[in-house]
Design a protein around this ligand. Sequence first.
Ligand SMILES: [Zn+2]
Length: 118
Amino acid sequence: MDDTHRAEFRELLAQHRESVLRARQRSDEDLSDLASARSAATADDEHDPEGATLSDEWSRLAGLDAEAERELIAIDEAFARLDNDTYGVCAGCGKRIPVARLRIRPTATMCVECASRR
Ligand SMILES: [Zn+2]
């Protein structure tokens, strides 16, 4: 991978990280809002029909949060690969991952063929 592409993907990964961080911030805020809503609901009436809805919402937000964490790790790993010059090399077959795929998924570790074989 040449320097122009490396710079492009650094930029893409940095933007991606920003948006994941923003999304995580939002779900964190929603989780703490929900935590207060939930304790208020429990205080009012533990048989509140809203209780179930709140737990569903809680699972959904916690899922989003975990997903953001995983994505941030994937982004850090992609930066590390840029540093040690293995970025864009398929972890499955060792061939180059097409630049077009990396533009869509800058954290991709495998070419489409290997990824679809999983
Ligand atoms: Zn491959």
